[in-house]
Design a protein around this ligand. Structure first.
Ligand code: ZN
Length: 151
């Protein structure tokens, strides 16, 4: 019986937590353990450095999996940046053409007509205007101009 229990814990129980942390960092932070990045799988500074000779460094399949998680995140970030740039170009264009401060509802109406699909809803246009203060400035309640009067 004791042997069976020992078998269950053959894998270090601490490893599961470390693994979750490593996968979280790869998937959401974009950070990989040093042994994934180094040519010879050196674990200096690796979170799993002291776990039975680091299971990460010794498992090629797992290293590839982690690299894949990280690459997916970067791909997603690039897509997100492209989308943000397209949204800014569109809204800047609207404000530039009008050369006037505009209410967000009117900006949203034009934006959704000009580029259907770039924003999910009128409210999402408002949120985008509010959260990109480096580009858009509120001058009255709900009324926006380009920051630094870039008209
Ligand atoms: Zn390692």
């Amino acid at each position: 019986m004791d042997d069976a229990i020992d078998d269950i814990f053959e894998v270090d129980p601490g490893w599961a937590a470390i693994q979750r942390s490593i996968e979280h960092d790869a998937e959401y932070v974009g950070v990989l353990p040093p042994c994934v990045l180094s040519e010879n799988y050196e674990c200096d500074g690796c979170i799993a450095e002291n776990v039975e000779g680091c299971p990460v460094g010794s498992d090629g399949g797992y290293r590839a999996y982690l690299a894949n998680l990280r690459d997916s995140l970067i791909e997603h970030q690039i897509e997100h940046q492209k989308e943000r740039a397209a949204r800014i170009r569109l809204l800047q264009g609207i404000l530039r053409r009008h050369k006037l401060p505009l209410h967000w509802e009117y900006i949203a109406l034009l934006a959704m007509k000009e580029a259907p699909g770039l924003f999910e809803s009128k409210e999402s246009v408002r949120g985008f205007l509010f959260f990109n203060r480096d580009v858009f400035t509120v001058i009255h309640e709900g009324v926006f101009i380009l920051a630094k009067y870039q008209l």
